[in-house]
Ligand binder design. Structure first.
Ligand code: TXA
Ligand code: MG
Length: 383
């Protein structure tokens, strides 16, 4: 397995990287762009630096961090002590998906501070593809521990301004790399703790892509296979028990898979129901591709709450207290993933009381989208 190459000749970039390296070498915490979401990074080898991450984010102390590397040489040097090889099962996925939005669990070596792994027997490692993240880690020469750079419990940041909103007075540097390409976090994959490999967190690399790799034919998905199908659950995912991805507004999720017409009817019904209460403002996250698929009068009409049928022509979207944000087309779940956290945060900026969201099918990136939405939601409607 060869190390992918990275070089830069840009002198401004070099100066920025040197400045960031200086801060990280002083065990400070800074925000960096990655291809998934912004990360809150510090020296992964130093307990003091790691502890600062938990303080800055207000992160629960039992939720472990991901270590970011910039080469396989770095992986060997710091995470695979003498005589220990990369577990065979990971060789093909590393070859295919690194650098990129895939995190793998490895046995935890002595050299990694306990603060990174929170007493887990494993350590999570990822090789990001974002050129700034890669260049910074390779400039530093040491791996960086980095959770998402949001205040704990909030949606992950996909723009530098999101990091600013949550953490501006708490860290000395935010490197602005523009909008993150994937928009949801990396896929966390554990292929060593139990018989079958398992996706602990769906993310940028899809189930459909991983299951095609030799050795991953029996790939499971945490929650989906272990709760839906009532199988016994073996691995633990420390982050699961905490509130996640929640904007200030209450999130109502319409969880009807890809039934676009029914989703839109339930969405309208809920919006009306909420407006009939004493709510002042509602945000709607919806898909615009449906407009041509759903009869126009459905979009422009009120719905009888008792019968779920149209009753007149008044247009809910003419109401100033309703703000719509399009997640793009539901047939492009990768685009929906990219816009998702931005949409939640954007509606929060309008100080809406509720955000009503249409769901999509769990195919491909849809699995990660629905995973995040279900965690963000305080109400999930299935009919
Ligand atoms: O895309 C990403 O993964 C981003 C960027 C910044 O790289 N990072 C990220 O980190 O999402 P964070 O801390 O927000 O999420 C890490 C997830 C948590 O759910 C945590 O519980 C899980 O990975 N995790 C970390 N180490 C683990 C371990 N040893 N065993 C099981 N789960 C682990
Ligand atoms: Mg996070």
């Amino acid at each position: 397995l060869e190390d992918p190459q990275f070089t830069t000749t840009d002198s401004n970039a070099k100066e920025l990287l040197e400045n960031a390296k200086k801060l990280l070498s002083e065990n400070q915490v800074i925000a960096i762009p990655t291809e998934t979401v912004y990360g809150l990074a510090s020296n992964a080898l130093c307990s003091e630096a790691i502890q600062k991450i938990y303080v800055v984010k207000n992160r629960p102390l039992d939720n472990p961090l991901i270590i970011h590397i910039s080469s396989l040489k770095m992986l060997k040097k710091y995470l695979l002590p003498d005589f220990i090889e990369i577990p065979k099962i990971y060789e093909l996925v590393i070859k295919k998906f690194w650098p990129g939005p895939l995190t793998i669990l490895l046995p935890k070596p002595e050299s990694i501070p306990l603060e990174v792994t929170c007493n887990q027997p494993t350590v999570a490692v990822r090789f990001p593809s974002h050129p700034i993240a890669r260049a910074l880690i390779s400039t530093c020469g040491f791996p960086l521990a980095a959770p998402s750079a949001n205040a704990s419990g909030k949606p992950s940041p996909t723009l530098a301004s999101h990091v600013w909103t949550d953490l501006n007075s708490k860290i000395p540097l935010i490197i602005d790399g523009g909008q993150c390409n994937f928009g949801v976090e990396s896929t966390v994959l554990d292929a060593i703790s139990s018989k079958d490999p398992i996706i602990l967190r769906p993310g940028g690399i899809t189930f459909e892509a991983l299951v095609q790799i030799p050795g991953f034919e029996n790939l499971k998905v945490y929650n989906k296979d272990f709760i839906d199908k009532k199988l016994e659950m073996t691995p633990t995912t420390p982050g699961m028990k905490y509130r996640h991805y929640s904007p200030n507004a209450k999130v109502v999720l319409i969880d009807l898979g890809d039934d676009r017409i029914k989703s839109r009817i339930i969405l309208k019904r809920e919006v009306q129901r909420i407006m009939n209460g004493d709510t002042k403002k509602i945000g709607i996250l919806l898909f615009t591709d449906n407009i041509k698929n759903i009869q126009n009068d459905l979009l422009k009409s009120k719905i009888d709450l008792n019968t779920n049928t149209l009753i007149n022509d008044s247009d809910l979207s003419n109401n100033n207290n309703i703000i719509e944000y399009s997640l793009g087309s539901s047939i492009h779940p990768e685009q929906v993933a990219k816009e998702l956290f931005k949409g939640l945060r954007c509606l929060d900026e309008y100080k809406v009381d509720y955000i009503v969201v249409e769901g999509i099918s769990e195919m491909n990136e849809g699995l990660a989208v629905m995973n995040r939405l279900r965690k963000a939601a305080s109400l999930i409607l299935k009919e």
